[in-house]
Write a protein that binds this ligand. Structure first.
Ligand code: FAD
Length: 518
């Protein structure tokens, strides 16, 4: 039995785990305060990866906001390319007439606002009011504390009135306060909530409005593929003295009298640590690695919350390789995301289906994101079609019981969505396709170890957001769970937050978001 004593063991080398490790090595000497990351895969990165098939290069993730402050803090250089024209385009499809109205979303807030006013001049006042309000609310984030101390509450009450006023609202409730006259504005602004896998009817207002401002302050992708992120973070972590074990599964979080003391690996070894940070899926961390019985003993309220938590939906991603005769740039695909949708009602309907474990392919109701990464990263022409929300259970079951039927179902799904893209966005797409690879919820379940195939961990609904979110500091002493990520930027923040918490505010003085001191 190995009895090494680490100061910190981190489970998972996704962006949250790597950021946690790096933050640790920024403030502690890793020889005196050893830190170990344990990862079940042979490569680090979790959700963030790049893979090659038949000469085509695909990223698993597509777009990030400005993370330069954190990269600078970690002393890491990653070449990022900005979407300097459009952040996204919304294709609002009209299935009756088989046409789509296209709304461009500029990559800069002022340009997007002006463009929206250009489209809807009658709503000029409301549009201005909306963006001013969201910008001010976003600016209030800097005053939030992760675990506010009693004396800090008055400051937060005074400085964050907009955040407090809206923390219990859905995005839909929030938007309705601005009384836009033109219903299409709601459709356009909903684009920002669908990135969390939820329609505006359900998504927390604060998350959506603040994510919108963050992304409109600049959106990027990596020049060399998103795998650069975990590769560079790991390299720096190791240079700083951190240790990482790849291809190693954590089977159990070990506790003693309500206190975390280490982990047991699948090969039976036990490794001991003063602190344990788990960055794996919430249900996996508490249901399997820790055990609900241990959690209940520590705090039955916390245990109930975890059990009742709804995880975010899963997705289907269709990776498409194309010949070099297609002119994606000429068709305006050089932007972060293209959303093809039959609108707000559809997303809500898909969500209802998802809740019941179903997914319906219908000519009247469809919703997907279409991205052409090759236009920023080079390489052979490719497209990614991402469909969210998709329920996982049937896919996971089918893959286990009947692989042929599973593959046929994937093909059917891909055919349907490729035909929608062809009908509304890229005519003759099919004749340019040379390769298709489909990732289903079963792929995500297998690769990420998420029991529900969830893509964004916990569902960001108001009763699990802001003050109501599951606490990072778990009731099991010295065990932390910095999840609720919904993106690369928040995952990097989560890593910084948890080390700030463990170290007694040594990184950002208890602030909820990192800002480099200038
Ligand atoms: C398909 C997809 C597309 C996305 N697109 C974007 C995007 O365009 N932009 C954006 O900002 N965000 C995007 N996201 C979200 C973003 O990628 C995630 O929020 C973020 O990367 C989560 O990081 P994490 O470290 O918290 O979790 P993960 O990346 O899930 O990392 C957890 C790690 O734990 C490991 N692990 C699990 N179980 C064990 C175990 N028992 N023992 C050891 N290790 C274990 C896993 O292998 C994994 O590496 C996307 C997510 C998905 C799934």
């Amino acid at each position: 039995m190995e009895q090494e004593k680490y100061k910190l063991i981190i489970i998972g080398s996704g962006i949250t785990g790597l950021s946690t490790g790096l933050a640790w090595t920024k403030i502690y000497n890793a020889v005196e305060n050893p830190v170990l990351i344990i990862e079940k895969q042979t490569v680090p990165g979790g959700c963030v990866s790049t893979f090659a098939r038949e000469g085509y290069r695909f990223d698993t993730v597509q777009i990030i906001p400005d993370v330069s402050d954190i990269l600078e803090f970690y002393n890491i250089d990653i070449e990022l390319v900005k979407f300097d024209n459009f952040y996204a385009r919304l294709f609002l499809a009209d299935p009756k007439n088989k046409i789509a109205r296209i709304f461009p979303i500029h990559s800069e807030l002022e340009k997007f606002k002006d463009n929206l006013i250009g489209f809807f001049p009658d709503d000029r006042v409301q549009i201005n009011r909306f963006f001013n309000y969201c910008s001010k609310m976003h600016a209030e984030l800097q005053y939030l504390k992760t675990e506010p101390r009693l004396y800090e509450f008055p400051g937060i009450l005074f400085r964050c009135p907009k955040i407090l006023a809206n923390s219990g609202k859905t995005y839909k409730e929030f938007l309705s306060g601005f009384n836009f006259r033109n219903p299409e504005i709601y459709e356009i602004l909903d684009t920002f909530s669908t990135f969390s896998g939820l329609s505006g009817n359900r998504c927390a207002a604060l998350l959506t409005a603040c994510a919108m401002i963050t992304t409109l302050n600049g959106s990027y992708r990596t020049r060399k593929g998103f795998i650069e992120f975990p590769v560079q973070l790991k390299k720096k972590f190791e240079e700083n003295g951190g240790q990482i074990m790849l291809n190693t599964i954590v089977e159990k979080i070990l506790t003693d009298e309500g206190k975390a003391k280490g982990v047991r690996l699948a090969d039976g070894r036990e490794l001991y640590a003063e602190n344990v940070v788990s960055t794996t899926d919430t249900k996996l961390t508490f249901g399997k690695l820790l055990g609900y019985d241990v959690l209940e003993k520590a705090d039955s309220g916390y245990e109930k919350k975890v059990r009742e938590l709804r995880m975010s939906p899963s997705a289907i991603t269709i990776h498409v390789g194309l010949d070099d005769k297609i002119d994606l740039r000429g068709m305006g695909f050089d932007c972060g995301y293209n959303v093809l949708t039959t609108g707000r009602k559809t997303h809500e309907k898909l969500f209802d289906d998802w809740s019941k474990g179903n997914f319906i392919l219908s000519d009247e109701d469809f919703h997907c994101g279409v991205i052409a990464p090759c236009l920023k990263t080079g390489g052979k022409p490719n497209l990614i079609i991402r469909v969210v929300p998709v329920a996982a259970n049937n896919w996971i079951k089918l893959r286990k019981t009947d692989i042929d039927a599973y593959n046929k179902e994937k093909q059917k799904f891909a055919d349907f969505y490729i035909s929608k893209v062809e009908e509304y966005m890229i005519s003759n797409l099919r004749k340019h396709i040379t390769f298709i690879d489909v990732a289903s919820p079963a792929t995500y379940e297998r690769y990420l170890g998420t029991p529900t195939g969830s893509n964004y961990d916990m569902l960001p609904v108001p009763n699990n957001f802001g003050r109501k979110r599951l606490k990072t500091r778990t009731p099991v002493k010295n065990l932390y769970h910095p999840k609720f990520s919904h993106g690369i930027w928040p995952s990097m923040q989560a890593g910084l937050q948890v080390v700030d918490m463990i170290s007694g505010r040594k990184i950002m003085n208890g602030n909820a978001s990192f800002k480099k001191r200038r």
